[in-house]
Write a protein that binds this ligand. Structure first.
Ligand code: ATP
Ligand code: MG
Length: 464
């Protein structure tokens, strides 16, 4: 896992910015920091047996070298809930160079803010030196006109490191010296009450990094926590700041949002706060249109299926869900292209190109995801004409299974002919001679080619 600040810095470094002399909110936080609350070992439930062996090795080694070393962030939060953390992050007062000297298996990553990665075969423990508020002009955090942090690369104390984190429950430190939990921000109380709350002044913290609005939703849903009302209010106004976030960063977030087993609730909450439109504007447009019955049901069912597959331990292809988000936009554009005289396959290809080109401005997914989406979309009209060898050709397509699942989903939610989906279900499950019969019988009884009716369009709407 890359450090959060490294992510922010790397992806925003090209932005032309106005530098500010200091970040007042951070100074404010700093002076507000009193002594921490310490929860001794009997006062919390984290035991060493739950901690990743390699993380423990790192913590002990740093300690024996005379440094302070803590587990921090998501792992402490998840262990307190009795959940298995995704990864274990360490924070220390040792510099990256000092960490490197303490471990043979360590490499330093990151140019501006350097982090140590201690590697154990396929496992890796990230060790970050405490981040500071930056007391001199050179190292002070830099923000743009909207208050977004652009540069943020000085070392600091544990107290400073704590207040720069996003949510109180993400700023708890497990101390390897005495197995206590150190809490500068009231995170333990929020944890016990099940509340997700930003550290410091919400509006300023969102302006510093608008992605925190999305993270708030992700954690509220994942942890089953309620959102502190003061942290909720500013979102409705500040959501638009997400428009300036690099699309690669939003794509990383989108994967975590929708492929972690809580897609349905996450989607509902994102829409409630007006955040979804900054991730998938084309989907938001089809959902808010008058004729929204089908896309609404279709996307809802796709989200539900994604969560269900995770419950069942099945694999998830990220492109599948994202292709459902964009289907209405693609099919609407394709129909416009057909009405304007383009052959069906070209109409779909061009519609797909247009929708993907627009979408990657918001969530920049890799090319192979776009290719897979195209295949799934392009096969939808091809499911209708099945005569001759067409059905057999389709069946041997590498993306047939995904495209068929997509068709079934459409049929279940009113966007495609149920009889057509049933035909394909049967076709896959019968012998070759029966398949030939099914194709031969099509002319007499097969479902008619059917298109959803759309408003007439003018030629200028066609993508070329
Ligand atoms: P997950 O279990 O989803 O990985 P996490 O809390 O570990 O949750 P990460 O994105 O891995 O989340 O970040 C690790 C820690 O870094 C967080 O717990 C938080 O303390 C801090 N952090 C991450 N992103 C931000 C941010 N945008 N602003 C401030 N602090 C952040
Ligand atoms: Mg993490």
């Amino acid at each position: 896992m890359l450090s959060f600040f490294k992510k922010i810095i790397n992806k925003t470094s090209s932005i032309n910015s106005v530098e500010v002399a200091s970040a007042p909110e951070i100074q404010e936080n700093k002076s507000a920091v009193g002594g921490p609350k310490i929860y001794t070992r009997p006062e919390h439930n984290i035991s060493r047996s739950q901690i990743n062996k390699n993380a423990l090795k790192v913590l002990y080694r740093l300690k024996s070298e005379g440094y302070d070393a803590y587990l921090v962030g998501g792992c402490v939060r998840d262990l307190l809930l009795g959940r298995e953390p995704k990864d274990f992050d360490v924070a220390t007062n040792a510099s990256p160079e000092q960490v490197k000297r303490a471990f043979r298996n360590c490499r330093i990553v990151g140019r501006r803010f350097r982090l140590a990665h201690v590697v154990f075969g396929r496992d890796m423990i990230e060790v970050a030196t405490f981040r500071g508020a930056g007391d001199n002009a050179k190292s002070a955090p830099k923000a743009d006109q909207e208050g977004r942090l652009l540069r943020d690369n000085s070392y600091g104390t544990l107290a400073e490191d704590a207040v720069r984190r996003d949510f109180t429950v993400n700023a708890l430190y497990y101390n390897i010296k005495d197995f206590s939990i150190v809490d500068y921000v009231g995170g333990m109380e929020d944890h016990k009450a099940g509340v997700i709350r930003l550290i410091g002044e919400p509006e300023l913290r969102y302006r510093e990094d608008p992605v925190r609005m999305i993270r708030l939703v992700r954690f509220a849903v994942k942890l089953g926590f309620t959102v502190n009302p003061d942290c909720e209010k500013p979102i409705f106004e500040l959501a638009e700041l997400l428009a300036n976030i690099p699309a690669a960063r939003l794509q990383d977030e989108a994967l975590k949002l929708f492929l972690s087993g809580y897609a349905v609730q996450t989607y509902e909450m994102l829409r409630h706060y007006g955040l979804f439109q900054y991730l998938y504007p084309a989907a938001e447009k089809s959902l808010s249109s008058e004729d929204n019955g089908f896309p609404k049901m279709f996307i809802a069912k796709a989200l539900e299926n994604t969560d269900q597959r995770i419950v069942e331990g099945k694999s998830i292809a990220p492109y599948f869900l994202f292709s459902t988000f964009l289907w209405d936009a693609v099919s609407t554009q394709a129909e416009a292209n057909i009405t304007a005289g383009l052959p069906e396959s070209i109409a779909y290809q061009q519609a797909a190109s247009k929708v993907i080109a627009e979408q990657v401005q918001h969530t920049a997914f890799p090319k192979y995801i776009g290719m897979a989406m195209r295949d799934v979309w392009a096969m939808q009209p091809r499911f209708i004409a099945r005569g001759g060898s067409k059905a057999f050709r389709l069946l041997s397509h590498p993306k047939f299974r995904a495209a068929y699942d997509f068709l079934v989903l459409r049929a279940e939610t009113g966007g495609a002919d149920k009889a057509l989906a049933d035909w394909w279900t049967e076709f896959q499950n019968v012998s070759e001679s029966e398949q030939k019969n099914m194709v031969a019988n099509l002319k007499r009884s097969g479902p008619k080619k059917r298109r959803r009716r759309r408003k007439p369009i003018v030629k200028s709407q066609i993508d070329d």
